[in-house]
Design a binder for this molecule. Structure first.
Ligand SMILES: [Zn+2]
Length: 398
């Protein structure tokens, strides 16, 4: 619910006025309608549709709300009629919720946010409520953005089209149409108290530009709403770290699609073959597991990375091994055993599967004296992904 619309405004005011949706809407609209020459009658069905975001406010009302005389009258009306109807114990909550709503709506220009902030800071609450109302009244109310926006696709693919907090899908197919089930959410939210701001910054330095995609993450609508309503430090850290990891992963995906790594992988595998080892051959599972059975669902980005490496290079690596095995018998099993032993040594010291993955890849780089270039680093990751699919890395999740 991070869109500043008349529907959201009425829903918030209803909490403070403790009256029916219809009464609240009429009282609020009277601030403009009572001053119009031909007042618009609000039908109950219209009010319901307005709250459900199926319709926009009538143009006559919008036009009237721009008349300076009507604006002045509306301000008086809010002071004398609306404000006294709000439960005094809730007035701060109501103002806070409105502020959260416009602060987190990226389509509200920053000068508008600043103007409203100033009214609130100067404690002109009647005028603040009135200006928020007049502004909300004039904004698009009809929910057009059920369709996903192409601009959001990079942010969606960063999190593999799943909410990174609850893993629910961010897009639903309804009648062959992709319907948006997400909100692009600010990781470092706009409206933090100064204590929280300091606490958050002390733990993770936020992106330089808070309106840039570096500070945005796609969450399902529920997780987004509950985070923005009351952002807690542990959630902030979680989202921040997820974003860092997802960003890095996304860059790798992009690079992977443009790099040709076959030579590097071939070199790594040849070097693996050259290891003169007395490794005892291990027992391996005969029935291969799916990647999803081996990677914890919370490591969704790792899962995505491994899956894309496997899809792209598994057959190629398998073919290299079988070609080489025809020269030297059983070498593949020896290498697989080495990787399995490396996994068994490394995994007790790690806190996550991401860490294990990175450490095994590093271990291969070091063992084989592989040049520390980007292409070789990714190629090592591809080889580790191969051994994940082949069951030498990661046990079944229980
Ligand atoms: Zn969620």
């Amino acid at each position: 619910m991070s869109e500043f619309t008349i529907s959201a405004y009425i829903t918030i005011l209803k909490l403070g006025m403790q009256d029916t949706q219809e009464n609240v809407t009429r009282i609020l609209f009277d601030s403009v309608c009572l001053s119009m020459k031909n007042p618009v009658d609000l039908k109950p069905k219209f009010i319901t549709s307005l709250i459900q975001r199926k319709v926009d406010v009538q143009n006559e009302i919008k036009k009237a709300s721009a008349d300076p005389k009507i604006i002045a009258e509306a301000e008086d009306y809010f002071d004398n009629v609306v404000f006294p109807k709000i439960n005094i114990n809730l007035i701060d909550d109501i103002c806070h919720r409105l502020k959260l709503l416009y602060s987190n709506d990226i389509s509200v220009p920053s000068n508008k946010k600043a103007d409203l902030d100033n009214l609130l800071a100067s404690n002109n609450l009647g005028i603040f409520l009135c200006q928020c109302f007049l502004y909300a009244l004039n904004r698009d109310n009809k929910a057009l953005d059920q369709e996903l926006r192409t601009d959001d696709i990079p942010l969606l693919s960063e999190v593999d089209y799943q909410c990174p907090l609850c893993h629910s899908p961010l897009i639903k197919k309804i009648k062959n149409k992709s319907v948006k089930k997400y909100e692009i959410t600010k990781i470092f939210p706009n409206d933090l108290s100064s204590d929280k701001k300091d606490l958050f910054i002390a733990n993770r330095t936020p992106a330089v530009h808070l309106d840039s995609s570096d500070n945005m993450i796609a969450l399902c609508s529920d997780c987004s709403e509950s985070y923005l309503l009351k952002p807690e430090l542990d959630e902030y850290i979680k989202l921040f770290d997820l974003k860092e990891y997802a960003k890095k992963n996304y860059q790798i995906q992009v690079q992977l699609s443009t790099l040709i790594l076959e030579d590097e992988i071939k070199n790594i595998i040849n070097s693996l073959y050259d290891i003169n080892s007395n490794t005892v051959i291990q027992n391996f599972r005969l029935d291969p597991l799916l990647i999803s059975e081996k990677i914890d669902p919370s490591c969704f980005v790792l899962k995505q990375t491994v899956t894309s490496y496997v899809l792209q290079y598994y057959k190629f690596i398998r073919k290299l091994f079988s070609e080489l095995d025809s020269f030297s018998e059983n070498r593949f099993n020896i290498i697989a055993s080495e990787i399995k032993l490396a996994y068994e040594t490394i995994h007790p010291t790690c806190n996550s599967q991401e860490e294990i993955f990175a450490k095994i890849s590093e271990w291969i780089m070091k063992q084989l004296n592989i040049p520390n270039s980007q292409k070789y680093r990714i190629s090592c990751d591809v080889v580790v992904a191969f051994f994940i699919q082949n069951c030498e890395v990661f046990d079944e999740i229980t």
